[in-house]
Design a protein around this ligand. Structure first.
Ligand SMILES: [Zn+2]
Length: 68
């Protein structure tokens, strides 16, 4: 099983967040990403938001360079 990640640099935010979250399973990754989004970005943990998070998952590890 490969690594999965979500890179907060892909999301527009007023604080230009540079956090990336990596995990082995989708559940761990989504839970950690939702926790980050709620505590840092003031998002709300809803089923719609969780599916948005799932759509942002990439395989592998976060790139060193910021996404375009
Ligand atoms: Zn963030």
């Amino acid at each position: 099983m490969g690594r999965l990640y979500i890179d907060c640099r892909e999301f527009p935010s007023e604080m230009a967040c540079s956090v990336a979250i990596v995990a082995d399973t989708e559940k761990e990754l989504v839970d950690a990403a939702v926790h980050h989004a709620v505590t840092v970005h003031g998002e709300h943990d809803t089923p719609a938001f969780r599916s948005e998070i799932r759509n942002a998952i990439h395989k592998g590890t976060p790139p060193v360079a910021a996404p375009a």
